[in-house]
Design a protein around this ligand. Structure first.
Ligand code: FDA
Length: 366
């Protein structure tokens, strides 16, 4: 009998497995996909590491977590500096002096601030009632119209006027010529892709792929003393309190044999409403690739229905309340540990998942 059955070979399950084995425990890890790594999985195509589930850029302020991932792979100096394409006009992101200069021709930070203030004032919005009003009250009309409106409406599948204001709490506006998207101290891409990190974590651990826990639930439960569950929490409890909603994504990947550089940047966001995808990823630029061909992925946001791949939790009041009920049940299961983005119904960045997994490990083995 194993000490742990781990459901899900994503980042949470893999960190847990690695740490458990280090402590002399035995683990069996299963995943319903045909590969390890969950959403951080990368796959080589034309010798380029393709991020199969969307762009994954590692960033953190936590030195301990940075050192931890670096113990599994060497990271490069990649800095995320996406570009927005609005009907053929290109703007730097996040909103910074380069963006303001392109938009209005302003040179100094005080001119840019004045421009934004003027637009905020002209809008007359004092008590924002929806996402549109909230965004305009934070950055003014030009940035909203060109860089936020279309993108957000595509992402959520609804007009910005019908979206709640809480989705945008803050909008980072920077009055320096700095295109680095993240403020974190550490940032990079693992040289050779994320899959090799997971492979290292799972070295010597029994992994079974293409196996859905729910198809042989009793059998699997009987194999181990404890279960670490990283799948969807509502499914674990047989949807007893209803289904938790997600937003989904579709990825359309194309190999361009005769192009070595398609867009000159890893991430280009399409911020108009008409272009059906929200962004195009050109994977080779994550690792400064010089291959002869290139691989690009268009990202299409979509409605989610049960059976689709769940990407972004919809943390509105209704879903949070449903999750709270499931969490209560989960807290009473003493032989099951719930962890990761799906079992806690939370959007987690990679560093946060690693942090959560290590905290779980500390609690389990204290
Ligand atoms: P994950 O979903 O990876 O793993 C869970 C695993 O459980 C899956 O492999 C699944 O197949 C398996 N499973 C579920 N149910 C099962 C069942 N019944 N039986 C067997 N197996 C089952 N973060 C960041 O730091 N920087 C970034 O740039 C990005 N970018 C990004 C883009 C997009 C589009 C998304 C959706 C997410 C990001 N992220 C990110 C977040 C990152 O993907 C996330 O933090 C981790 O992948 C979460 O790891 P988990 O182990 O929690 O879940």
């Amino acid at each position: 009998m194993y000490d742990y059955l781990i459901v899900g070979a994503g980042l949470f399950g893999s960190v847990f497995a690695y740490e458990a084995i280090k402590r002399g425990k035995t683990c069996l890890i299963i995943d319903k996909r045909n590969h390890i790594g969950g959403n951080v999985y990368t796959e080589k195509v034309k010798d380029i590491n393709v991020h199969k589930y969307g762009a994954h850029i590692f960033h953190t302020n936590n030195k301990m977590i940075w050192d931890y991932v670096n113990s599994f792979a060497e990271f490069n100096r990649y800095t995320n500096s996406p570009v927005a394409n609005y009907k053929g006009e290109l703007y730097n992101l996040p909103f910074n002096m380069n963006t303001f200069n392109k938009l209005w021709g302003v040179i100094s930070p005080s001119e840019a601030k004045q421009k934004i203030e003027e637009q905020k004032e002209a809008s007359g919005i004092t008590d924002p009632k929806n996402l549109e009003e909230q965004a305009i009250s934070l950055v003014g009309t030009d940035i909203y119209e060109k860089l936020i409106k279309g993108y957000t409406e595509k992402q959520w599948g609804r007009p910005a006027k019908e979206l709640p204001s809480f989705i945008i709490k803050r909008l980072p506006v920077r009055f320096t010529y700095d295109n680095n998207y993240f403020n974190d101290r550490y940032q990079g891409i693992p040289i050779g892709g994320y899959t090799s990190i997971i492979e290292k974590m799972l070295e010597g651990i029994e992994v079974r792929l293409n196996v859905d826990f729910f198809e042989q639930r009793e059998e699997f439960e009987s194999l181990a003393k404890k279960v670490v569950y990283t799948g969807m929490i509502d499914q674990y409890f047989d949807y007893k309190y209803g289904i938790l909603d997600y937003r989904s994504l579709q990825f359309e990947t194309k190999v361009l044999e005769d192009t070595d550089n398609f867009q000159g940047n890893a991430v280009v966001n399409y911020t108009d409403k008409e272009t059906p995808y929200t962004r195009i990823i050109e994977h080779k630029h994550f690792e400064f690739g010089t291959q002869e061909a290139t691989v690009i992925t268009e990202e299409y946001p979509g409605e989610w229905k049960p059976g689709d791949e769940p990407y972004y939790p919809v943390n509105d009041d209704k879903n949070n309340e449903t999750y709270r009920k499931y969490k209560e049940l989960a807290d009473n299961e003493d032989k099951v540990i719930f962890g990761g983005r799906l079992a806690t119904y939370k959007y987690y960045d990679m560093h946060q998942v690693i942090g959560a997994a290590l905290a779980t490990v500390n609690k389990e083995f204290e």
